[in-house]
Design a protein around this ligand. Structure first.
Ligand code: VG1
Ligand code: CO
Length: 546
């Protein structure tokens, strides 16, 4: 094996965001771009004894540029001395499946090629992220080291070899590297069979229960066809848009009420299925809609926590739960009733890793349609649907009935997120800096009849390793328990995206049936006025409301 050492120079802007490095495809396709980043990852994580004897997992969500990037990664893994690469056939691995494969094969780590819910195709986005041996996204300490390396890199190691066949399962060699092409679904399916009672779920479908799962032409198609239709006996057609396409069929694979509008309309229509669900580009998100009722992700997390015992994996109860800071406090109330701890972390799955590894939490989630458990170290869309199905099978009630009972028991956290996308970067930063500067004077003030009791820039101290993460979002809390949070997205690729999270608690069951936008209208206006959103951004209304 002749290793080629290619001289290179640093490329600016390779700082990993909320979930890895994400850029336009055109940027990733530039000479040396993928190579510089991948070599920086290898340099930052290389053990003292090198990669000899170690395995690397590689896979992606099938988007445009996936195949080219995987060939590059495999050559570089060989040149950098890995013993094995485990790659999903066709270059496919959903993010939760990649996490599962890393753990199942005791790999050193993995490279996941995805820009998740961002659009794909030649003009869309691409991304790469490194996950460690626990299967989870690298913590900040490692992403900081990777970034530092991208600024100092002078060469990368590769081979001058033709592309490998990655479509046929089996093992082939590349120099001293063994390349194992595996079925992307097999390990993941085996894990799901251990967590859930597949017989009970088969009986649910046999009784006529109807699921509609929209895979959005993204990575979950093969998983959903295999699990819901082949294993659990749901009729063909249960899974729609089930073939992964490089451009996601021209759609935006973000399972929200804008981009999964057709599913929403079906679920609100006459003769709607019992459960509607969708997942995103890389399969880690989940959208849950019952017949005639959208379940907000924050509520879904709370309802899953309250009912997790319906699945064998969680029959013994939960050690604890966690949610990202902007996620509503609905799950906090469940934790309080269950008498278990509830942790509040910054946005991004990497912050759950330590809590999961330490056994402090079993379930966790984010308002952005991410829910997961200690079965892997990523959020997991298909898993969330299986847990919902388990609850529906055990309780023999509709989603609407379960939600109504949940709110009657715990109260309802009305919640919404307003996104202002592709805002001019300076304008968005100006808005945030101006607000930050005013925060210290806010507590004690009253605005529009609401007294502010908390105003800060969220900072997280990890209870396991004591690492501190600062500047994780601006919070304004009111005396009545309502709350507004402002953050700038760390996953976008054009300009800045301002996210405004709005939450209000309603204990009175007589007021639980309102439309969230109506229930929250005064607070939504307040959120706009406090930050001066139209003046800073020139926008009168958000681009996406969830
Ligand atoms: C968004 C979500 C965050 C999620 C992240 C990655 O980040 O808000 O909750 O963890 O995407 O999800 P941001 O920085 O844009 O708000 V995924 O499915 O894109 O990997
Ligand atoms: Co995703």
């Amino acid at each position: 094996m002749i290793v080629t050492r290619v001289p290179t120079t640093p490329i600016a802007g390779m700082k990993p965001g909320t979930s890895g490095l994400r850029k336009k495809v055109a940027e990733f396709a530039r000479p040396h771009y993928v190579e510089n980043f991948v070599q920086s990852v290898f340099d930052a994580v290389r053990p003292p004894a090198g990669f000899a004897g170690l395995a690397l997992v590689v896979g992606g969500d099938g988007r445009f540029h996936n195949r080219e990037a995987i060939q590059t990664v495999i050559r570089m893994a060989a040149a950098n001395g890995f013993a094995r690469v485990i790659v999903g056939a066709g270059g496919i691995l959903s993010t939760p499946a990649a996490s599962c494969v890393i753990r199942a094969h005791q790999a050193f780590g993995g490279l996941i090629l995805s820009a998740s819910h961002n659009p794909g195709g030649p003009d869309g986005d691409f991304g790469i992220k490194f996950n460690a041996a626990n299967g989870g996204p690298a913590p900040e300490r490692i992403t900081d080291a990777i970034y530092a390396r991208t600024l100092a890199i002078t060469e990368y190691l590769t081979l001058d070899t033709p592309d490998l066949d990655l479509d046929t399962p089996g093992t082939r060699s590349l120099g001293t590297l063994a390349v194992e092409v595996v079925d992307p679904v097999a390990d993941y399916l085996a894990l799901m069979q251990r967590l859930f009672d597949f017989d009970a779920l088969r009986a649910l479908f046999a009784s006529g229960f109807r699921l509609r799962f929209d895979a959005m032409h993204a990575v979950t198609g093969p998983y959903a066809h295999a699990i819901f239709e082949r294993e659990l006996g749901a009729p063909a057609g249960t899974v729609i848009s089930g073939t992964p396409l490089p451009d996601f069929g021209g759609h935006h694979p973000d399972p929200n009420l804008v981009h999964a509008k057709a599913l929403y309309d079906e679920m609100m229509g006459a003769d709607a299925p019992d459960l509607g669900a969708a997942s995103d580009g890389d399969g880690d998100r989940n959208l849950i809609i019952g017949r005639g009722i959208f379940v907000s992700p924050s509520d879904s997390l709370a309802m899953l926590a309250a009912n997790a015992r319906c699945a064998p994996a969680y029959a013994q109860g939960l050690a604890g739960v966690a949610r990202s800071m902007p996620t509503s406090a609905a799950v906090d109330r469940v934790a309080q009733t269950l008498g278990i701890p509830c942790y509040e972390t910054p946005t991004g799955w990497k912050f759950f890793g330590n809590l999961l590894d330490a056994g402090r939490i079993t379930l966790c989630g984010e308002e952005s349609a991410g829910t997961g458990s200690d079965h892997v170290r990523e959020k997991d869309g298909v898993w969330a649907v299986l847990l919902w199905l388990s609850i529906l099978a055990a309780r023999r009630q509709s989603v609407r009935e379960i939600a109504a009972e949940h709110w009657a028991t715990y109260g309802r956290h009305y919640y919404t997120r307003h996104d202002y996308e592709a805002v001019e970067t300076e304008a968005a930063q100006g808005l945030m800096e101006h607000l930050l500067e005013r925060l210290p004077r806010m507590p004690g003030e009253s605005i529009a009849g609401r007294r502010i009791v908390l105003a800060d820039d969220f900072e997280y101290s990890d209870p396991v390793d004591a690492s501190v993460s600062r500047h994780q979002g601006l919070r304004i809390g009111f005396a009545d328990g309502s709350r507004i949070v402002y953050r700038l997205s760390g996953t976008g690729t054009s300009g800045a995206t301002l996210r405004v999270y709005i939450e209000q608690f309603e204990p009175d069951p007589a007021r639980h049936g309102l439309d969230p936008q109506a229930a929250l209208a005064p607070l939504i206006t307040l959120a706009r006025d406090i930050a001066g959103i139209p003046a800073w951004t020139g926008r009168e209304a958000p681009d996406v409301i969830t």
